[in-house]
Design a protein. Structure first.
Ligand code: PLP
Length: 433
């Protein structure tokens, strides 16, 4: 599933021993495998090749410019949700006409910048946003393309906080409203409404919700054609599952086996397909390394207190997300064969793995079985590449960790650790207004 592997009880990322690496860099540390990152992209590209899609990597999942550059060099487009992400896409050298821009709250400045950059598509979420974007384009004397985000009202059966495609969601419009939307705005000369955008939620661990959503979108596209509105782009969004546990998700090929035949007629009739994968590329390409600070016994509970927590990886407490956590250096009998919540091995202890932040919600795992660990041991939080560093904060005035890219036996610092100076730099001067 990725390039993080135990050899003789020692954890490696590609050819780099992670204990050795952290002796050089310190902890906490985000580490990424170039091979995994690129492999996961290539698998999606191969699986969907018959549709010749634009694969727009979702920058919000893991946005380091050096990582985005790797995908831009492979021909990926980018899915952005803010002016800041557009800036990252530009810095990564992404081809701007392969950029899609989603988000319910785009500001005038963000819209201007995106029109100036000549991005591929605005993914429009409401009537008010369409009108504002069209009027900005008119004032600039520009034309831009738009896709309407449609809520197909399917339940992707994922966490409430990451479900986006049900009727009562702040994202997009429902199918009835989409017909009226095209009637009203479908002939705007400055913002050309030519696409339908779907994004039903994430992670979605089965193919059926996509099949259902796409089937509804294709029927809508046929109806719109009868009304005289040609839709030439269908963006099916992201949300494809990543393996947080071993073999938990369908492979790119399994999604494609059902989706390619479904979309092939649209493609063959000249339609453009867009995909927006994020986590399925980034999640398993990254891990968070952390050192055990203290062991604390409290009643029947054992707490393993580490030097990272919700401030660097918020998914466990925000989404009840599971991340496999294991020491980087273990006895042969404790070398894990899978990444499951419960492993059947002798001598494991049940503990909560918690951080230093002054919040009860500051944990990485609860009631988790671990080999015995002591102060100074290094732990690996696996599958932390997506929605890890991008959601990290400075709460409790904690500097954010460094990021390192591994390529074979080479390690490169692609973001330095923040310093205390960085924390107060924007406050250096107080200015009268
Ligand atoms: C978050 C998001 C994605 C990516 O989701 P993943 O689960 O990371 O694949 C794609 N499209 C849109 C519109 C999103 O908001």
């Amino acid at each position: 599933m990725d390039a993080f592997e135990y050899r003789d009880g020692q954890l490696y990322c590609e050819q780099v021993n992670l204990d050795d690496l952290t002796r050089q860099t310190g902890t906490p540390l985000y580490v990424y495998s170039r091979r995994t990152f690129e492999d996961h992209y290539d698998r999606i590209a191969r699986a969907f090749v018959d549709l010749d899609p634009i694969i727009c990597y979702s920058i919000k999942s893991c946005g380091n410019v050096h990582l985005c550059k790797l995908l831009a060099n492979r021909g990926a487009g980018m899915d952005v949700v803010s002016g800041g992400e557009l800036y990252r896409a530009q810095r990564a050298g992404a081809v701007m006409n392969k950029v899609v821009y989603a988000g319910v709250g785009k500001t005038d400045r963000e819209i201007c910048d995106a029109i100036e950059a000549r991005i591929g598509w605005f993914n429009i979420e409401s009537e008010a946003e369409f009108e504002n974007t069209a009027s900005i384009a008119r004032r600039m004397g520009a034309t831009a393309s738009a896709a309407l985000r449609v809520n197909p009202d399917v339940d992707p059966k994922t966490h409430d906080k990451t479900t986006t495609g049900k009727k009562e969601s702040k994202f997009g419009v429902d199918i009835e409203r989409a017909r009226r939307f095209f009637e009203r705005y479908g002939r705007d000369p400055h913002l050309k409404l030519r696409g339908i955008h779907l994004h039903i939620g994430s992670p979605v661990y089965t193919v059926e919700p996509y099949v259902e959503a796409i089937t509804r979108a294709l029927a809508l596209i046929d109806d719109l054609a009868e009304q005289g509105h040609r839709v030439d782009t269908l963006d099916i969004g992201g949300g494809f599952g990543a393996d947080y546990e071993s073999a938990q998700s369908p492979l790119a090929a399994d999604y494609a086996a059902q989706l390619v035949p479904l979309l092939k007629p649209f493609h063959d009739a000249g339609g453009r397909i867009i995909l927006e994968p994020g986590r399925s590329i980034a999640a398993n390409a990254g891990a968070l390394l952390t050192r055990v600070q203290y062991i604390k016994l409290g009643g029947r509970k054992k707490f393993v207190i580490v030097d990272t927590g919700m401030h660097h990886l918020v998914r466990p407490t925000l989404y009840d997300a599971f991340h496999f956590i294991w020491p980087t250096s273990v006895a042969p009998m404790h070398q894990p064969a899978t990444r499951a919540p419960k492993l059947d091995m002798p001598g494991l202890e049940t503990c909560d793995i918690v951080g230093p932040i002054c919040e009860t919600g500051d944990y990485l795992a609860k009631e988790r079985s671990l080999p015995p660990v002591t102060r100074g041991d290094l732990l690996c939080v696996f599958s932390a590449g997506a929605y890890g560093m991008v959601m990290a904060s400075n709460y409790n005035a904690m500097p954010r960790p460094a990021e390192v890219l591994i390529e074979g036996s080479k390690a490169t610092l692609i973001r330095r650790a923040e310093t205390y100076e960085d924390l107060v730099a924007p406050e250096a001067e107080a200015t009268a207004l």
